[in-house]
Design a protein around this ligand. Structure first.
Ligand code: TEU
Length: 615
């Protein structure tokens, strides 16, 4: 089985019909693209200061070419005090010196374009840094010309500013504590759904929106190919005509705080704002661009409207339904994944966006723990197989897959031993809050260790050298010690059985087989607790222009024990009257058999996945 070409087999359908994608016409380029997310602090350090940077990324582009990805999504590199690792921006048109210069970014952009890849920047405009000149001016006084660029409110009726519970609403910040902070000088509070150094912009103010649009056009004019829009469904708040904002329901009796999301997730003017942004920034531009909106709490119905091309809002959204499935009320109370729940959720999103709109597909990003540790099995025996299995499942769904740096080599969660090792503001604040409420530090750490965003942020493991080839300096966050045990790019690059080799095949399969990008999705055995199976079907034209059809059957064993398909899913086992060919398998040749044997073997090995083509 070759390491780069997806499969010795060739697709029957080489041309998809119009309407097979998100809308009526020909499918857009990004419907068959694969996006690779780079978290610049942890990708590659070129100057030995222990923090990744732009020149480090440019120096490692061959790895992305080798993987075959089409787009790089770059997490923020803008000027920032780094309170939330760059998601707190103090200048949208400058690169933070930690990461380099505008020239370095231009060099990266050109280098990507020269290799046929595109660059999508992170757009963080629900909030700025409190060190952004807009907020600095807004804070000067209640009569500041930019006061209404942010959310300023006086203390709760009848209460003294600074008193417990005097915040204008009972909303909780995502990083613990109230979502309002008092400005002593004016006696007013400002809203920050994230850290107190990330004040929310007031999108009710048309000047704010115009300034954002202008900044976006500035980046597109510099050759950027699109935006990943940070918590973009939070920019419309449920404000009353008198300017008041409502309390959230179900407040936590310990703190009196509530999420409040019902008052700012997909708020009353969100579609108006996104349609206006599209008209002001993207409409009429000749470039082939991509936009994806990160939208916590978004539903299938919302996503249908957001991503329907007729809406002219965004191309796709990041939804959170699946990554909240193993949370008992909060991410800090992790529970084992129920595969039935995952299949039900994926099935809903696949069906919901089958006719109109488009899905993004992801297991990992810089906010989620590593999937092989989370839903796979990162024990030495099963780690590689479960990484290949989970990758296959994700990449064979209908939608645009996102590969997060390190996922392609099966990187796992870090063995956190002490709170001092943590860097993420969300994790650090939560740990302090829980211990402050009397929690046992070791017990709290054990839960934070499972869900912390820092699991995604340990340096990429390029080789087995002391700092995994990430830096010649002292890394800003610890390198996972397993880099000395083969979990590196160098160890896997020339190994056809590696996780990396398999991710290359998955990317190639999506490029070579239109049915993978555009085929209809049908879930199979939804009731089975260990087998995840579905079909993908596409009718179109063959190489000769004649009508043709391709139907793939994907079957995966999402567990560490073998599964027999004989009775469960006989149609997935090749045999008399069941013409099935193996397009791609995850058990690379070590069965000694050829592809036909694999297709005819009724037993799925632990974490084995097969992509079969029906005759
Ligand atoms: O994340 C928003 C978001 O939903 C996360 O805060 C998520 O709830 C949490 O991390 C899950 O634990 C975006 C960015 O991706 C994140 O890195 C930023 O911290 C946040 O917005 C604020 O900009």
């Amino acid at each position: 089985m070759s390491t780069t070409t997806a499969s010795p087999l060739r697709p029957r359908v080489t041309t998809a019909p119009d309407g097979a994608g998100p809308g009526p016409g020909p499918a857009p380029w990004w419907a068959s693209a694969v996006v690779y997310q780079v978290y610049p602090r942890s990708f590659a350090d070129s100057d030995g200061d222990g923090v990744g940077d732009l020149r480090g990324i440019t120096s490692r582009l061959d790895h992305l070419v080798d993987l075959g990805v089409d787009v790089v999504w770059l997490s923020p590199v803008y000027a920032s005090p780094q309170d939330d690792n760059g998601y707190d921006i103090s200048d949208y048109r400058a690169v933070d010196p930690t990461f380099g210069t505008l020239e370095d970014l231009e060099e990266l952009t050109d280098a990507l374009h020269a290799r046929g890849m595109k660059l999508v920047m992170d757009l963080v405009v629900n909030h700025t840094s409190d060190e952004h000149p807009w907020f600095v001016e807004s804070r000067t006084s209640p009569s500041s010309a930019k006061r209404d660029w942010y959310w300023w409110r006086g203390p709760r009726e009848g209460m003294e500013g600074g008193a417990p519970g005097a915040e204008p609403t009972n909303w909780r910040s995502a990083f613990s504590g109230p979502a309002w902070s008092l400005d002593e000088a004016s006696g007013e509070y400002y809203l920050h759904l994230f850290s107190r150094k990330q004040p929310d912009l007031n999108w009710e103010n048309p000047d704010v929106r115009a300034a954002v649009h202008e900044m976006m056009r500035w980046w597109l004019d510099r050759g950027v190919d699109g935006f990943r829009m940070d918590v973009i469904n939070m920019v419309s708040k449920d404000v009353a005509a008198d300017g008041s904002l409502p309390d959230g329901r179900d407040a936590d009796p310990r703190t009196g705080l509530a999420g409040g999301g019902e008052h700012y997730l997909c708020g009353p003017r969100i579609h108006e704002y996104l349609a206006e942004m599209h008209a002001e920034v993207f409409a009429g531009r000749p470039e082939a661009l991509l936009t994806v909106g990160e939208m916590p709490g978004v539903t299938v119905a919302d996503a249908q409207r957001f991503t329907d091309p007729a809406s002219a809002e965004v191309d796709m959204v990041f939804q959170f339904e699946h990554v909240d499935l193993d949370h008992d009320g909060s991410k800090w109370h992790p529970v084992p994944l129920d595969l039935l729940a995952l299949k039900a959720s994926s099935g809903r999103w696949q069906a919901g966006l089958a006719e109109r709109g488009w899905n993004s597909l992801y297991w990992n990003n810089h906010d989620q723990p590593r999937i092989v540790s989370r839903w796979g099995d990162d024990s030495p025996e099963h780690r590689a197989a479960s990484a290949r299995c989970l990758g296959t499942l994700l990449h064979l769904h209908r939608g645009t897959p996102y590969v997060y740096q390190g996922e392609e080599i099966g990187m796992a969660n870090f063995p956190w031993a002490s709170a001092e090792q943590l860097r993420d503001i969300e994790s650090v604040n939560h740990l302090a809050e829980e211990v402050g409420h009397g929690g046992d530090p070791a017990e709290v750490l054990s839960r934070v260790a499972v869900s912390s965003r820092d699991n995604a942020r340990t340096p990429v493991q390029w080789d087995a050298s002391p700092s995994a080839g990430f830096t010649t300096g002292e890394p800003w966050i610890a390198v996972n010690p397993d880099h000395a045990r083969g979990w590196t790019v160098a160890d896997q690059a020339d190994d056809p059985t590696s996780v990396l080799a398999h991710y290359r095949r998955l990317v190639a399969l999506r490029h070579d087989w239109p049915v993978v990008a555009l085929g209809d999705f049908t879930m199979l055995v939804p009731e089975h607790e260990q087998v995840y199976a579905f079909t993908r079907r596409l009718e179109g034209e063959g190489p000769d222009g004649a009508p043709a059809a391709d139907e793939l059957l994907v079957v995966a064993n999402v567990g560490s024990s073998p599964v027999d398909l004989t009775d469960l899913l006989p149609e997935a086992v090749a045999g008399p009257g069941r013409d099935l060919e193996l397009v791609l398998g995850t058990v690379p040749g070590d069965g000694g058999g050829d592809d036909a044997d694999v297709a005819a073997d009724p037993v799925l090995a632990p974490w084995e996945a097969r992509v079969l083509r029906r005759g």
